[in-house]
Write a protein that binds this ligand. Structure first.
Ligand SMILES: [Zn+2]
Length: 391
């Protein structure tokens, strides 16, 4: 019970520190100090600003439990009934930005792992990590931890309603550009209107059949924004038009597969219209972490899916079920840091966390304290299964 009170208090403090992506420094320091207080063998912040806490074991085998420290911004504090950084407890819930996504899970992981740090040395290593910038670049900062720690099992703490997730859809951001030629709009025939070319293109793009998977669902393709240049156009035929497509990816889709149907459409339109000029590419962005580390990231975050017959997954699932029979095998419908560990590196990854994904990013975000207590037991259960697994 004492531990529970400490967990709740730490979660409240963690929520009370705002941490939009790129500004996670104070939460990182909080997490680091908490790990030091709980006697982790080694605690450090890497060059990206991720926090890594290690409990040493006898062998080189390692379980990594991880969660992101950043939380989405609060657009309008006055929309909230409960202060977004107040971490108020009401009717068995803790309210606040990041309570469900996913500051609580991260703190629970830190405490659950620390429970194994007692008198005798454990058989395998336990690492807990708080990552930066997940809300913008899933898996990009996590990569630095994975490459260094080389875990055998990764546990993502994103909300799964205490079910065991063994896959997720990924996502890609595609940038389409159509080109035209400026002219005075009183004589449009002297120019080429890039907006009209874009309309032509998007009308055809809508017909692309995206693949579907029985577990992960549909690979979505949705136009999410559009802009033209010059903007505003004062009596000018625009020479440039840009659109963004949000594409949700299944586990077996790579960049080439995703771009191909769009490239084919462009080719076809070009053949029928000599003025038609367009290109499609994966969007990429430059950003900086709070430690000053600059990085460039392609917005392509792969999906992944593991077989439920995998022996470690089976053991984890059975052990979770023996404690909580209603536990299900499930798949995240959103993108997580697992895009790197599982999607790019094929390291066995599972998702397990308190709360429901519908409670993420919303006004008056909250987490039920009952879920916190159950997740704590769940993480202990998963770590125990890994430590006892001899495959
Ligand atoms: Zn999240």
């Amino acid at each position: 019970m004492q531990t529970n009170n400490n967990v709740i208090r730490s979660i409240q403090k963690f929520i009370q520190i705002p941490s939009p992506s790129g500004q996670e420094e104070k939460t990182a320091n909080y997490l680091k100090n908490l790990m030091i207080k709980l006697n982790y063998d080694d605690v450090y912040i890497d060059e990206w600003g991720n926090v890594i806490g290690i409990i040493n074991g006898k062998s080189s085998e390692t379980i990594l439990l991880e969660g992101h420290m950043d939380a989405v911004n609060v657009d309008n504090q006055t929309d909230w009934k409960y202060a977004p950084y107040g971490a108020q407890i009401k009717q068995g819930r803790i309210y606040g930005r990041g309570s469900s996504d996913m500051k609580s899970a991260l703190i629970i992981m830190v405490y659950a792992a620390a429970d194994f740090n007692n008198n005798s040395i454990i058989d395998k290593n336990i690492v807990v990590a708080g990552t930066v910038q997940e809300e913008l670049f899933e898996g990009v900062a996590q990569a630095n931890i994975i490459d260094e720690i080389k875990p055998d099992l990764v546990v993502i703490g994103e909300a799964s309603d205490l079910n065991l997730c063994i896959g997720q859809r990924g996502r890609a951001e595609l940038k389409i550009t159509t080109y035209g030629k400026n002219a005075h709009s009183s004589s449009p025939e002297k120019g080429i209107n890039s907006i009209k070319k874009m309309i032509k293109l998007l009308n055809t793009v809508q017909d692309i059949k995206v693949p579907e998977d029985s577990d992960l669902g549909k690979g979505i393709l949705e136009v999410v924004d559009i802009k033209s240049k010059p903007y505003p156009a004062h009596s000018v035929i625009p020479n440039l038009c840009l659109a963004t497509i949000d594409r949700r990816l299944l586990h077996d889709e790579d960049k080439e597969f995703v771009l191909k149907p769009l490239k084919n459409i462009i080719k076809k339109l070009k053949n029928n219209d000599t003025d038609f000029k367009a290109k499609v590419e994966i969007a990429d962005t430059k950003s900086k972490t709070y430690t000053g580390k600059s990085f460039q990231a392609e917005k392509f975050f792969p999906g992944w899916k593991f077989n439920e017959e995998n022996s470690l997954i089976k053991s984890i699932y059975n052990n979770l079920k023996s404690e909580k029979p209603e536990t299900k095998l499930d798949y995240y419908s959103f993108c997580t840091n697992g895009s790197y560990s599982a999607g790019k590196q094929n390291i066995l990854t599972v998702g397990y966390g308190p709360s429901q994904e519908e409670l993420a990013h919303i006004v008056d975000e909250y987490i039920e304290i009952e879920q916190i207590e159950k997740a704590y037991q769940g993480y202990i259960n998963i770590i125990e299964t890994f430590l006892n697994n001899n495959v």
